[in-house]
Design a protein around this ligand. Sequence first.
Ligand code: AGP
Length: 612
Amino acid sequence: MCGIVGYIGKGNVKEILLDSLQRLEYRGYDSAGIALLDTSNKIEIFKKTGRISNLRLDLHSVNSQAKMGIGHTRWATHGGVTNENAHPHFDCGNNIALVHNGIIENYNVLKNLLEKKGHKFNSETDTEILVHLIEDIYKTEKISLEESVIKALNLVQGTYGIALISSYEPNKIICARNGSPLVVGMGQNEMFVASDVNAIIPYTRNVIYLEDKEMVVINEENCNTFNLNYEKIVKPISKVEWDLEAISQNGYETFMLKEIFEQPDAMLNAMRGRVNLPEGAIKFGGLNLTEAETRDISRIIITACGTSWHAALVGEYLIETFAKIPVEVDYASEFRYRNPIIQKNDILLVISQSGETLDTLEALREAKRKGIKVLGITNVVGSTIARECDGGIYLHAGPEIGVASTKAFTNQVIVMIMLAIYLGRLKHMSFYEGQRLLNELNKIPEKVNEVLKQAEKIKAIAKKYQYAKNFLYLGRGFNYPVALEGALKLKEISYIHAEGYPAAEMKHGPIALIDENMPVVFLATTGPLYDKVISNIREVKARNGRIIAIVNQLTDDLSKYTDDVVIVPETFEEFSPLVNVVPLQLLAYYIAREKNLDVDKPRNLAKSVTVE
Ligand code: AGP
C-alpha cells in the first residue's frame, strides 16, 4: 500500500505535493519522493527514505519554479527501503517520471525483454519496469504519450494506480488505475490527483473517482477520462462531504474499525500471485530454501509474541495437518532463554507484524547462533526481523495503525495456511487435495465480508455485555487459538479481564468461575468436535452462565442453550479461524466503544514492543 499525489496549476507545486503526501502517510512511510517539471520542461526528482518529514527537510532550500509534479509515499513491496527504490522512477533519458501504487506481477518477463533492448534499471522495483516500457513504446511506435501508456498498461498484469509526467508532452499529468484507488480533484485552474481524497480535501471537494482500467489526462483546466481502448468516458463529478479528520481514517471512526473492515482486501493481497489454483499449489518468492532443503525439514519451531503467537498456534495445527511435519510453538521470550534443544534439520519460523519485536528478534538471533535456518513472516517490509531472517513471507496486509492487531492476524493465518499447503504439496499432498483447499481459500474474503455485514448485530450484543467484569472464551482444535485471540482483543482495548481456554479444559478449573454474571463466548462452528462443544455449552448453561456463541447454523440445541448467537458462513474447519475471529474483534471493539475508550491507542500498550 502506497500513496500517490499529483498537481498541475499556478500554486506552489512543491508545497502542495508535500502537504498532500503528508495526509497519505498512513498508507506507507518507508520512503517518499516527488518529481517536479519546471518551466524549461526539465524534470527533477527528489526522494528520501523514511518519513515525509525527512524529504521535507531535504527540500527546504529547494526554490522550485515547477508548473506541475507528482509525489509518492512508499510502503515497500518489491525491493528494500532505499533511496533507489523510492518513487518517482525515471525512464532511461530522465524524460518520463512515474509513481505507482500496486504490484506489477509480470515484471520479470517485461524486465528481461526491456533489458535485451538496452534499458538500464536503477532500482529493484516492479514500478521502474513500467516507466521504461512506456518509454520504449513511445520511442519505437512514435505514438502519443497517452497511447503509449495505454499500450503499456495492456501489457502489464497486476494492480496499479499510476501518475506520470513527461518533458516530451509537458502540459499534462497522465494517471490510470486498476485495483489501486485514484481520485482526481478539480480546482479553479488547477487539478489534483491522489490515492484518496484525504490528500486533496483542503484544496477542493469536487472530485472524480476513477474506476479500474480507466486513464485520465489532466491539465490546468480539463480532465479527460478514457478506457483502455482509448475511448472517451464521461465521468460524474462528486462532492466530498466528509471533514478532514474523519477521512484520515478513510471515514471510519477509528483505525481499528477500518482495519477490521479491510480484512477481505488484505487477505486478497496476501494471496495475490501466490495461489496457483490450476496446479493446486502455492508459490512463494522469498523462502530461500531449495525444494530438497524443504523436504528435509524434520521439525518446525515457531516463535512469536501476543497476537502473532496465536497465529503461530493456528500454524501448528495447520502444518501438522497438511504437511505432517512436527511443530513446536514457543513464546519468543521463553525460547530465547530456555536453551532449547535444536537439531540439524529443524527450522525456526518467527512471526511478527512489526518485524521489530525485541523478544522475537532475540529468539531469531539465538536460533541463528545455534546454526539453523530462520524464516520470518512479517508485515513491515525491510524491518529488522525481515532483514535478519534467511528468507520469509510478507503479509501484505498494509500498514496496521491500530495497536490491537486485527488484519495482521488474519493475514498471518492466511500465510500459515498457504505455507502448510506449500509444504504438504512438496510431500504427500495430492494435486486434487491442493486444489480442493485452494478453491475454498479463495472464497474466504467473501465469507469474511458476510460477517462484517453483521456489525450492527454484534454492536447490540456488545451493548448488552459491556458491564461484565470477566469473560471466558472457549474453543477447540483450530478454534482454541481463536478463543485466546478473542480474549486478548477484549483485554487490550476494553480493559475487561478475559481468558481463553480449550473448551474441554473448562471443567478442570475455570468452571468454578461461572455464574449468572459470567459471559462465555463459545466458538461452536461445525467440525469434528462440534458435539463436544455443544456439551460444554450445556455445562455452562447448567451453571447459569450467559452464552454468546459463534455458529454456522442455529440448531434446536443452540437456540435452547445460548443467549446470543452470531451466525457465520461455514468453511473448512482448518480455515474457520479466519471467519470466526472477526465477530470476536467486533465484539471487543464495540464493548470498548460503549465504554468510550481510545481503541486505537489503548493504555500502556505500544504498537511494537522493542524492550524486554
Ligand atoms: C496485538 O493486538 C498486540 N498489540 C500484541 O500482542 C502484538 O501482537 C505483539 O506485541 C507482537 O507484535 P508483532 O507481531 O509486531 O511482533
